[in-house]
Design a protein around this ligand. Structure first.
Ligand code: ASP
Ligand code: MG
Length: 439
């Protein structure tokens, strides 16, 4: 059985949905199809929720009406028969009735999660109506019946696997299932989600849960590229990446894949394939256990980084100092990305300013604390890159005109990371493209 996940742009227009139907019916291999919300929907739902939280019901109502009009229009091109249009409109009516009711009740975090779930619920139900009209035998599997997270908001893979296996058994005559990405139930049984962009995570969890032959992630770009195509002109799609390489790239900024999506696939060794809906014949990128080759594969950049430097002569020859520093970050549940130390100072980076003030305040007793915002981590990734001669020389030769704030080398055998001021990101990515990749 295989898993095929289609993102927001792949289902964002009626003709794209038709194309998705073609792609999933090309062969008879049993599959579970995971869909995102139509592009733009989750953002609109976030705006609606934010307006409600700010007691701005009028703004919320206006956005709800705009969104509803979009869906009503969508249906006209999605399905043709009177019967199918009626069914699709009934789906939209049901969900917009809900959105209109929430205008009258008081806002809560649980309600927010309910609002955010509407996008995937509608996209899958509408797609199902279209499949039915097209005579494609299939079944809608509600993600809320099997996808769950625990008290720490971590997916419960074994529970998901048990529930999903049971559901598939009960429907053994069916070989095409459609389900929602992103949404799940939390430990209180309420509707929740796997965070923005979480549909990839759903796909990978489903693939791991049923031990799928492959997990295909269909987007609007032909695989993972060696550099950011939005920033530099010439980039190449990478054919094969190892799970380790892909995890580093996704985490350090390659937007095509959600970073959390690697571990479930890696744990169960289900290959992940990144494919392009607009160019289905293109090879795409396969992510699997074996990297096939050594050396540099790609560079990715992560923006909005904050560098924190703690300088203290008390650190000199002391032990336990770093533990105390790390405990502050642990207390505020703020992950550290990069770290460099000298005998009297330590620099770390974080990617969220949510608890920055509190963190700085608690670090101050340890020494002089400085924070710099708007930094960018540039990560050069490749299997055994640390052993590959020349890479460091080429890298530093290519960026010799840019001030580098931090360097991390040797922590992972597959990654070299630099921290630069965000304003140099473009220059650095271009210089590396030329100097390291020869493009
Ligand atoms: N619709 C959700 C989002 O936009 C989940 C996803 O598409 O991956 O974040
Ligand atoms: Mg996505």
């Amino acid at each position: 059985m295989k898993v095929m996940k289609f993102g927001g742009t792949s289902v964002g227009k009626p003709e794209r949905m038709h194309q998705v139907a073609q792609l999933i019916t090309k062969d008879n291999e049993p599959k579970i199809v995971v869909l995102s919300a139509l592009s733009g929907t989750t953002n609109a739902l976030v705006t609606i929720s934010d307006s409600l939280a700010a007691h701005n019901r009028e703004a919320a109502k206006q956005k709800i009406d705009e969104l509803e009009a979009h869906y009503r229009n969508f249906i006209l091109d999605l399905v043709k028969t009177e019967e199918a249009r009626k069914k699709a409109n009934a789906v939209v009516t049901e969900h917009f009735e809900f959105l209109n009711i929430i205008l009258k009740i008081s806002f809560s975090e649980a309600l927010n999660k309910d609002i955010l779930a509407q996008g995937e619920l509608m996209s899958t139900k509408m797609f199902s109506v279209y499949l039915e009209e097209a005579g494609v035998n299939h079944k809608l599997l509600p993600a809320l019946d099997f996808m769950s997270i625990d008290v720490n908001e971590e997916p419960q893979l074994s529970v998901i696997s048990a529930k999903l296996t049971q559901l598939l058994k009960q429907n053994s005559s069916i070989n095409l299932f459609v389900t929602q990405g992103y949404i799940c139930r939390n430990s209180r049984g309420e509707v929740d989600n796997l965070k923005r962009g979480g549909s990839d995570y759903t796909a990978s969890l489903v693939a791991a849960a049923i031990n799928a032959t492959i997990c295909e992630i269909w987007t609007d770009i032909d695989g993972m590229h060696n550099n950011d195509p939005r920033v530099v002109d010439k980039t190449n799609a990478i054919e094969v990446l190892s799970f380790d390489e892909a995890a580093e790239l996704a985490y350090f900024g390659a937007k095509i894949l959600h970073p959390t999506c690697i571990w479930p696939a890696q744990q169960t060794k289900v290959p992940v394939k990144l494919l392009n809906t607009m160019q289905p014949e293109a090879k795409g990128t396969t992510i699997e256990e074996d990297a096939h080759s050594k050396g540099v594969k790609a560079v990715a950049a992560k923006d909005g980084i904050i560098a924190i430097n703690i300088k203290s002569s008390r650190m000199l020859l002391a032990y336990g100092f770093l533990r105390k520093v790390f405990e502050v970050f642990e207390k505020y549940r703020t992950p550290i990305d990069m770290i460099t130390t000298s005998e009297v100072a330590v620099s770390v980076t974080i990617d969220s300013n949510t608890h920055l003030d509190a963190i700085i305040k608690e670090l101050e007793p340890f020494g002089t604390v400085e924070a710099e915002t708007d930094q960018t981590i540039v990560s050069i990734v490749g299997n055994e890159i640390a052993e590959t001669q020349d890479v460091l020389k080429k890298l530093f030769d290519s960026i010799k005109d840019v001030p580098v704030r931090m360097v991390s080398y040797g922590g992972s055998r597959h990654n070299i990371s630099l921290l630069v001021d965000g304003k140099f990101k473009k220059d650095v990515l271009q210089a590396i493209n030329k100097g390291v990749f020869g493009l």
